[in-house]
Write a protein that binds this ligand. Sequence first.
Ligand code: CTP
Ligand code: MG
Length: 228
Amino acid sequence: EPVVAIVVAAGSGSRLGAAVPKALVPVAGVTLLRRSLTQLAAGGVQQAVVVVPAETAELFDADLLDAPLPVQRVVGGAQRQDSVAAGLAVLPDVIADAEALVLIHDAARAFVPSDVVARVIDAVRSGADAAIPVVPVADTIREVDEAGSHVIDRTRLRGVQTPQGFRRSIIEAAHAVLSDTGTPVTDDAAAVEYTGHEVTLVAGDRLAFKVTEPLDVALAVAVAGGAA
Ligand code: CTP
Ligand code: MG
């Protein structure tokens, strides 16, 4: 089946505080968005929808020239979920196959190894409704409430990364239900889970870290092995 990615890049990048939209921040001369597209293509994605901020949409044109795979640009919304919905809305223009595989990826996870992408695709091809990459949690985690706090058994926790993969019909239906009911979710697997589907976990990779704060750029530069 064909594999299409929705790459969400419509955030403001407020925690990073860069002069350009976060997805256009260069690391060793290559933007986070372009790095994400390259990794997705290497892992088996054939086309992409890139969701960009409305105010700075034109800034993305130059970066999307000669993209590593065919790309359609679309404007996103206020919350990540709105941006994903905007990407899903243009899927009919991009791909006819109702049973295509849809990967949803944060542009900010620019160093995701291609084998993580391939594992997500393989899991959905093999029949999973949803497949997501996860990693062990490194820190001890405490849950805090009015009464105080208590430690959570870390061995039972996983950090969730992207790309998250879905059968097209399942992610489209899930987002439709969320928008009808006004239900907020922080990722797309949660949307699918909300509609009663099981989520399959595959091995993620620390390299799929999300560039969020300035310290992450220092890590990105080191991973890229070049000068900022
Ligand atoms: N995103 C999006 N639309 C939004 C918010 C986020 O497409 N309205 C995307 C971001 O561009 C990013 C991914 O979702 O690739 C993960 O979000 P995050 O890392 O939080 O990025 P920002 O929202 O841009 O950063 P911040 O929260 O620091 O402002
Ligand atoms: Mg954000």
